[in-house]
Design a protein around this ligand. Structure first.
Ligand code: ADP
Ligand code: MG
Length: 689
């Protein structure tokens, strides 16, 4: 059979529809997919020993002859033992196989085999249990470095390895060498064919490293080049000019004195916005560090220079909250603030859009609705994106496209690990607000199990009696009977849980609930009630995750905490401790899983958002890190964004050099790169426009 990169796995011997379906579940559809199905780890099966020289409990390969016919015995139902005595020139060893009766006929007396396993030594007796076995000279599963693949039920590692071996043998050489010759030489990278072979079946660990290095490099190289194309180059762009002598006029309007960090970042924005080039700045600051004031300063400067500004928030609740607080701050200065959300009536929207395109309205706050067609600005000069991690690179680009190279200010409360920031925001300057406003009390965090539930409810009552309020966050909106039958563990569901709390647990308290499926008006009404102190306990999904500000709330309870990412939990925790009250965060988890417990404990042990983010990235990968797939980043197969940044920098340098030389990748030597980028960014069809 001729295997090419596109040969479907059904055409491989031994693969029927059922197996093909299971393999598809692993993302494996063609021979080409197998090539790129990289091992999760490797097992070194190269050590050789004789029966006599083998050290106890060290995995080794022993070549020996079957000395007597194997003996099969049935110990009890479901347990069969096969005993085989083997011998080499200097020793004898007894081998026991459990439930592998087929070996009885496969192992022929007088023939030599290789047995890989650990030798147990009992006085002069030597034994092995369940070794890997194959005929001498085959070297498929013994005497080599074994790749270990991610698997699924019903598909064994040997099966995947066998398929990969066929694919590699047939078509490792068919993959076009995508990296330009110059890049291969400059960064001393192994060739494509060698790398695909060696990453699966390495001769030794040095060669494996070389192969992995090349494959990681190429992945980061295509990614960097693609992102650079997406972002466009801004080196010689002209930005909307701002005139701003100083910030004193703005600071005088703030109801508080800015922290040193806030001041510094405001100044950085001022320098950018008055430089004549477009600002492209990312402001990172932990929850509660006061990013809104920085955004307000930038808006004040833009509007003061006759430009329009737009602030995009990830949720309706947050957009409304920004609208409220910015109105209070800016309307007295004569800056009208508009609001555009999906929940508005067509008439309201129409009026607002008119005012924006006329240039009559200087500032609009909104959700994704701002991105929609028909929202046009007369002179959009500043785009602020709050809590950027909820938006993808592409969405940011869509909003900026509504102005002529407007200034861009991106605010993120999720400290983004350095590697990821380099990729996501390679074109942004970064400011960090590394100081909290004075008077904040650190939040005490506890991890509790079901056994402490009643005590926890008691704690809620106690705090409410002291005049405080509490959040209770759940992962699910409604109970889903279908998932129950699948045995999915008991997830606290917002609606039923809130009802239960009100009726049975806290009849004396005022309990409300809010989740993403409520109408925007309903959500807003409940949030307003809670903010006004008319509710004691707010049960919700993560709609309250970002930005919501109720200083009187002093307790955050998270149910099924193991279901959340660490950064997300950190964000949730940031909802409390915003006022002068001592605040608490309780993470409830019935999960006894060690890693779940360790993760939650780690969170309880630190308040450093960067540390938490790094940890999250390591544990969950960049996709999950952003909460969904909206980030628009292609899936990486081998490169590890949580790893060290050196390789990424090299790949970025190489990509940049290539694009400087050939900005649209028209040259023949870049055809392969161009194709690879197009596949990688299939979702952004217009990447080369
Ligand atoms: P972030 O968006 O960074 O999470 P906010 O901008 O919402 O934080 O600010 C959190 C709270 O702290 C708000 O109530 C805000 O008014 C207040 N605040 C911000 N800066 C200061 C400051 N320098 N001094 C006192 N309070 C501040
Ligand atoms: Mg905020």
């Amino acid at each position: 059979m001729d295997i090419t990169l596109h040969t479907p796995l059904e055409d491989f011997p031994g693969i029927g529809p059922a197996r093909a379906k299971k393999l598809a579940g692993l993302g494996l559809g063609t021979a080409g997919d197998l090539l790129r199905y990289f091992p999760r780890s490797y097992e070194d099966r190269r050590a050789l020993a004789s029966i006599q020289s083998a050290l106890p409990d060290q995995p080794v390969c022993i070549q020996a002859m079957v000395a007597q016919p194997p003996q099969l015995s049935r110990v009890r139902r479901g347990l069969e033992l096969l005993k085989v005595r083997v011998a080499d020139h200097g020793g004898v060893m007894d081998i026991t196989f459990f439930n592998q009766s087929y070996l009885k006929d496969a192992l022929r007396t007088g023939e030599e085999y290789v047995f890989f396993g650990k030798v147990e030594v009992f006085g002069r007796m030597r034994r092995m249990t369940n070794p890997v076995v194959e005929p001498v000279g085959k070297n498929a599963v013994t005497g080599c470095i074994m790749p270990v693949y991610p698997l699924t039920a019903g598909i064994s590692n040997n099966r995947v390895m066998g398929l990969v071996r066929k694919a590699v043998e047939a078509c490792a050489g068919q993959v076009a060498e995508g990296l330009p010759e110059r890049v291969l030489r400059e960064y001393r990278l192994a060739r494509s064919e060698f790398s695909y072979r060696s990453v699966h079946f390495p001769e030794n660990f040095e060669l494996l490293e070389a192969a992995r290095h090349r494959l990681m490099f190429e992945e980061l190289f295509y990614l960097s080049a693609g992102l650079a194309l997406l972002k466009g180059r801004r080196t010689d762009a002209v930005g909307p000019a701002c005139r701003c002598e100083g910030l004193d006029g703005f600071l005088a309007r703030l109801p508080f004195a800015p922290t040193g960090a806030q001041r510094r970042v405001m100044e950085e924005c001022r320098a950018d916005m008055t430089s004549g080039r477009p600002m492209n700045r990312l402001v990172q600051g932990d929850v509660g560090s006061g990013k809104t004031a920085v955004a307000a300063a930038a808006i004040w400067m833009a509007v003061g220079s006759g430009l329009q500004a737009a602030l995009m928030a990830p949720t309706e609740i947050l957009a409304r909250q920004h609208h409220r607080s910015l109105s209070v701050l800016l309307e007295p200065a004569g800056i009208r603030v508009g609001l555009l959300t999906g929940g508005m009536t067509p008439t309201q929207k129409k009026k607002l859009k008119q005012q924006l395109s006329d240039g009559e309205l200087p500032l609009v706050i909104g959700t994704h609705a701002l991105l929609s067609k028909g929202v046009d600005f007369a002179r959009l000069g500043l785009v602020v994106a709050d809590e950027q991690h909820r938006f993808g690179v592409t969405q940011r680009a869509a909003l900026t496209a509504k102005g002529v190279r407007p200034h861009v200010l991106v605010m993120s409360a999720t400290p983004i690990p350095r590697t990821l920031a380099l990729i996501m925001y390679g074109d942004l300057d970064v400011s960090v607000i590394d100081e909290l406003p004075p008077g904040r009390t650190p939040v005490d965090t506890f991890v509790v199990g079901e056994d402490k539930r009643q005590r926890m409810y008691g704690f809620v009552r106690k705090l409410v009696n002291e005049g405080r309020q509490a959040y209770i966050v759940c992962p699910a909106v409604e109970e889903d009977p279908e998932r129950w039958s699948e045995g999915v563990p008991d997830l606290k569901a917002v609606t039923s849980y809130a009802k239960d709390l009100q009726e049975r647990v806290f009849p004396e308290l005022r309990v409300g609930f809010v989740h993403g499926r409520l109408k925007p008006r309903e959500k807003e009404a409940v949030m307003a009630e809670f903010a006004a102190g008319a509710l004691d306990v707010l049960v919700s999904t993560t709609v309250i995750e970002v930005g919501v500000d109720v200083p009187n709330a002093a307790l955050m309870i998270v149910e099924n905490a193991e279901r959340f990412g660490l950064s997300q939990l950190h964000q949730l925790r940031g909802r409390v401790g915003r006022g002068a009250h001592k605040s608490y965060c309780v993470l409830v988890s019935a999960s006894r899983g060690e890693s779940a417990q360790a993760r939650l404990k780690a969170l309880a042990g630190t308040t450093d958002g960067f540390k938490i983010a790094e940890e999250d990235l390591k544990l969950r990968g960049p996709g999950d890190f952003f909460g969904d797939r909206q980030h628009g980043l292609p899936q990486l197969h081998i490169a590890d964004l949580a790893g060290d940044t050196r390789l990424l920098k090299q790949a970025q340098d190489a990509a940049r050099a290539m694009l400087t030389d050939d900005p649209t990748l028209e040259k023949p030597e870049h055809r392969a790169v161009r194709e690879r980028i197009q596949t990688l960014f299939a979702k952004q069809a217009d990447i080369f426009n």
